[in-house]
Ligand binder design. Structure first.
Ligand code: UD1
Length: 417
């Protein structure tokens, strides 16, 4: 098992290369199955979730090829059956293949999706949307099966905003017969990127930034070449790492517009930044004040994915930071580990209070992707040496994380046993 050993107390300084977005590229990879030509994704992050999705595409019958950071996918034909494929259980986004397979073949079978353990992660909204488009959905002991002749456009109102269910409905509807209107959609940048990508494949999709998406079904889509956008969550993680150790980081290709909520919190901590072109220059030398209250929310609110990295940084700030988690019901595993490092944190239902703490190196375990990154951030700020175990969670979403940290001045070793 691999783990990281981090010796805290070294600042981070230098240039951060923002990787391609995990949550944007996974739905694009799923969308490649909608048609038979080549899809070329440039700037694709080399992270384990992408490799898992690639494996799923191969099992479905796609040919895939990497050339540096470009991933080509060609799915000439597919039998649409992933019911036996255990890899599907490793990531949440595997469920998006159900929408694509329905669009392509009128049927699809997948094993139940997995993903990080951050509370209950039901699939009822995905199933509701696919059923509304005319699919029969059956849950088997281990997975989900969906059948339809051809899907038919309809009006769907989501009772709750869900990024994944919105994406699944869009993927299924782009090749459905007639027009589909989706109301109450999530408008996260990753949903918007998926729509741009689908338009480049010939789909007719509009309104995605407003939460009401209109899709005119097309019989056939075609291949495309597309640049994967920069990862706003990875960028936010680096921002919190810089804040925790009072570093000065320069972000190239920073998705500044998509980072407004996290930049606002950074500014409240005392962080300073300026933007020149697509470079974000940050200066954390005056970071020090707790942020009285932050609530996670759908875009453009503060992203739930940055809740744990924020709390790690908050443990270095004077005063009490209060964070309310409103999206997932149990996304506090990292806080429990931070407490082992000496964090003065209190969990009261969905609200966490974090006081300035004297963090000390110890052995902690990553339980999810973003929580794992938070433990690394805390370790950078802690006294002594911290061992972070179960780093496979971190490697699901961060490309060359320890290597980049080392380049910026951190003392981090990868231990493999
Ligand atoms: C995506 C992101 C994840 C991010 C989350 C919220 C990917 C691969 N993952 O996850 O990083 O934290 O958006 O921004 O893009 N829900 C239901 N029924 C459903 C589906 C969801 O009740 O069928 C609930 C969830 O339990 C949660 C809320 O809706 O409370 C939002 O979840 P959702 O937006 O669907 O998250 P994901 O798409 O799984």
């Amino acid at each position: 098992m691999k783990r990281y050993r981090i010796t805290g107390g070294y600042p981070l300084d230098g240039e951060v290369r923002i990787q391609g977005s995990k949550n944007a590229v996974l739905p694009m990879m799923a969308a490649a199955v909608l048609q038979e030509e080549t899809v070329e994704l440039k700037g694709c992050p080399k992270i384990s979730d992408v490799f898992c999705m690639e494996k799923l595409l191969q099992v479905l019958g796609a040919e895939t090829e990497w050339e540096r950071d470009t991933l080509r996918i060609r799915c000439r034909r597919t039998d649409g059956d992933l019911s036996e494929e255990k890899t599907a259980g490793k990531l949440r986004s595997s469920i998006l293949l159900l929408g694509s397979l329905l669009g392509r073949n009128g049927y699809g079978k997948i094993r139940s999706p997995g993903g990080c353990t951050i509370g209950r992660r039901p699939t009822d909204l995905h199933e509701m949307a696919l059923r509304s488009l005319g699919a029969g959905i059956t849950r088997t002991g281990t997975g989900i099966t969906a059948y339809a002749g051809r899907l038919s456009g309809t009006h769907i109102r989501f009772p709750k905003k869900s990024v994944g269910a919105t994406e699944n409905a869009i993927l299924a509807a782009v090749c459905a017969e007639g027009t589909t209107v989706l109301d109450g959609c999530a408008a996260e940048p990753e949903v918007q990127w998926l729509c741009r990508f689908l338009r480049s494949m010939g789909a007719s999709v509009e309104g995605e930034a407003s939460g009401c998406v209109m899709i005119r079904g097309r019989k056939k889509l075609h291949g495309t070449t597309f640049c994967v956008p920069p990862d706003r969550i990875a960028a936010g993680t680096w921002l919190m790492a810089g804040a925790a150790v009072r570093g000065n980081l320069e972000f190239r290709r920073a998705p500044v517009k998509e980072m407004q909520a996290v930049l606002e919190v950074y500014r409240k901590m005392g962080g300073q930044y300026r933007v020149a072109g697509d470079t974000l220059f940050t200066d954390s030398s005056r970071v020090g004040k707790a942020v009285p209250y932050v609530e996670t929310a759908g875009y453009p609110g503060f992203p739930t994915d940055l809740q744990s990295p924020l709390l790690a940084a908050a443990s270095t700030l004077s005063g009490r930071t209060i964070v309310r988690e409103t999206v997932f019901e149990d996304r506090f595993a990292a806080v429990r580990e931070l407490i082992k490092m000496g964090a003065r944190a209190e969990i009261r239902g969905p609200v966490i209070g974090m006081e300035k703490s004297r963090l000390k190196g110890t052995r902690v375990t990553a339980g999810d992707l973003r929580g794992g990154a938070a433990l690394v951030i805390a370790a950078l700020a802690a006294e002594g040496s911290t061992e972070v175990e179960q780093v496979q969670y971190i490697e699901r979403g961060y490309e060359l994380f320890p290597e980049q940290l080392e380049r910026l001045g951190a003392r981090i070793h990868i231990i493999e046993e």
